[in-house]
Design a protein around this ligand. Sequence first.
Ligand code: PXP
Length: 263
Amino acid sequence: MSKMTLGVNIDHVAVLREARRVNDPDILQALYVACENGADQITIHLREDRRHIQDNDVKNILMHSKLPVNLECSINKEILNILSSLKPHRATLVPEKREEVTTEGGLDVFSYEDEIRYAIEQLHDALIPVSLFVDPTIEAMEKSKELGAEMVELHTGLYSNLFAMLHSNLPYSHHSVKELQLPRYELETRLEKALNAIKTSALHARKIGLEVAAGHGLNYNNLDEIMHIDAITELNIGQSIIARSVFTGLGDAVKEMKRVTTR
Ligand code: PXP
């Protein structure tokens, strides 16, 4: 089996910390635990609104990480300047809207062609390789190559949403209400189409010389099919890992507090 690189996205640790603006949980501890337990890469997103990762986190993570750091960012000039000076191992350009809950949809490589080309040039000047977070279409693969990226990350959000709708009784996402009213066979058809788009895009990207990652909404249940796509060599996963860690760790955390409070 080919080796798949696992990029662990630790943004959500910073989300929890920012809820209180204290240094608990400590992002460097998250980095350490991820490193010690099999992560191949650390992924973080320096958002324009700094809702989770802060500039200092990026500096500290880059200083202490034994693993490559994949830094996601928008094509905002101020952010690009920060990246150029901090020099992560790779930059992944993502679309960003302040009102969104998370990164919804891939980068529009057609409408923002010039801005993206310029951003890639700036990052290359700083010797930072660039990946583009794009929707899985052949056209987006072609355009990403033309713009000068080394890599693409395929947005798996649609696949993940449809998978969750088919395999769980719970509404997965508040964006999916319309789809939830669809008959099962229609959801199955759409899921197959979404998976096919990922497969054909990954294959095409490899053929034209791009490295291929995938991410968004991937979890412990929906990865089987993705793992069979040889052209994909890297996954970036955050929400499901951090969400699971709450429950794999909550029992011990309560026990420890009980011990401290019954001394
Ligand atoms: N890859 C990219 C480019 C992302 O923007 C995100 C979300 O921050 C992820 C991967 C991880 O997605 P999730 O948290 O759903 O696993």
